[in-house]
Design a binder for this molecule. Structure first.
Ligand code: NAP
Ligand code: COA
Length: 268
């Protein structure tokens, strides 16, 4: 284990999108460090197996099916979490949608669906969790991306939504800091064996990403969950409003290919 095993003992978390992929990894990692965890997404088929894995760590688990686009449903998820687990210390907003589509082919509903899930869903969850996070001087962690740092083609909808998520992270850090609530984000690069990578990168693009990444590999779910543990723990007590990039340095290299070092090492 990367941290001391009792790091989050006695704490409770709600992880949206926690049944699959990166956020399943975060939910399980929180539980391994002693945190009781509620997870939510639309499909019980995604949630129930992960809830069983959380219980296998010895922690309590709650699984509630809901769509983060529905503020009333989100209120219900938070209420159930607090009722079953006794409070809420950590909210992780990871529910998201993605597909490749050039802007010229994107319908209003296609653009809106992703903004509604990623950005408005994060807002609904933050609002519902606020009174509980305030009571516990809790933590919020928003899962973002690096797509909007540059002009990533076929990702207008997601780049717009995640740019909004980053803005939300900064504004809520300022507004809710006086309540003792820290609000941070993580911007993962391509993470192997996830739905995000399956949807966005074919084999050639994956190989290119591996070669271009300074750390020479795709990310692992554990790379993101370790960063999440740090930001949710007291080790990050004075960090708020920050979105931590976990991408092996990839976004820094994009568009810099034209400046590749000459092979004779003579410099630029
Ligand atoms: P994933 O497994 O598909 O995770 C997305 C989750 O969101 C699913 O569990 C899905 O569950 C849930 N979800 C989707 N729409 C929802 C809705 N309307 N209401 C509630 N839950 C909903 O994909 P992932 O690749 O691990 O991505 C996880 C997070 O990391 C996302 O925020 C993504 O943007 C971010 N990210 C991923 C990568 C990557 O390389 N994978 C890179 C950068 C950022 P249901 O289908 O059951 O609703
Ligand atoms: N290309 C272009 N448009 C697309 C599309 C694609 N590949 N997939 C969906 N859309 C459009 C639809 O056509 C629809 O617009 P329309 O009404 O104008 O036709 C709109 O997006 C909503 O689609 P719908 O299938 O009704 O949405 P949904 O709410 O059932 O699902 C999605 C939301 C589209 C984001 C779906 O991909 C999803 O559920 N994703 C969750 C998992 C995921 O994306 N994981 C990766 C996270 S990084």
């Amino acid at each position: 284990m990367t941290f001391q095993s009792h790091l989050l003992e006695g704490r409770t978390a709600l992880v949206t999108g926690g049944g699959t992929g990166i956020c399943r990894g975060i939910a399980l990692e929180l539980a391994r460090y002693g945190c009781d965890v509620a997870i939510t997404s639309r499909s019980s088929e995604h949630l129930d197996p992960t809830a069983a894995e959380i219980r296998a760590t010895g922690c309590r688990a709650v699984a509630v099916a809901a769509d983060v686009r529905d503020p009333t449903a989100v209120q219900g998820v938070v209420a159930k979490t607090v009722e079953e687990l006794g409070g809420l210390d950590i909210l992780v907003n990871g529910a998201a949608g993605n597909f490749l589509c050039l802007a010229e082919n994107l319908s209003p509903n296609g653009f809106g669906a992703v903004v509604d899930i990623d950005l408005k869903g994060t807002f609904h969850c933050a609002k519902a969790a606020l009174p509980h996070l305030r009571r516990r001087r809790g933590v919020m962690l928003n899962i973002s991306a690096t797509l909007h740092y540059l002009g990533t083609p076929a990702q207008l909808h997601v780049a717009s939504a995640k740019a909004g998520v980053d803005a939300l992270t900064r504004v809520l850090a300022v507004e809710w800091g006086p309540y003792g609530i820290r609000v941070n984000g993580i911007a993962p690069g391509p993470i192997a064996d996830t739905e995000g990578v399956r949807r966005l990168l074919d084999d050639a693009a994956k190989t290119r990403a591996e070669q271009t990444t300074p750390l020479q590999r795709l990310g692992l779910v554990k790379d993101v969950s370790d960063a999440a543990l740090f930001l949710c723990s007291d080790a990050a007590s004075y960090i708020t409003g920050h979105t931590l990039v976990v991408d092996g340095g990839l976004w820094l290299t994009a568009s810099r290919d034209a400046f590749a070092a000459p092979s004779d090492g003579a410099g630029g």
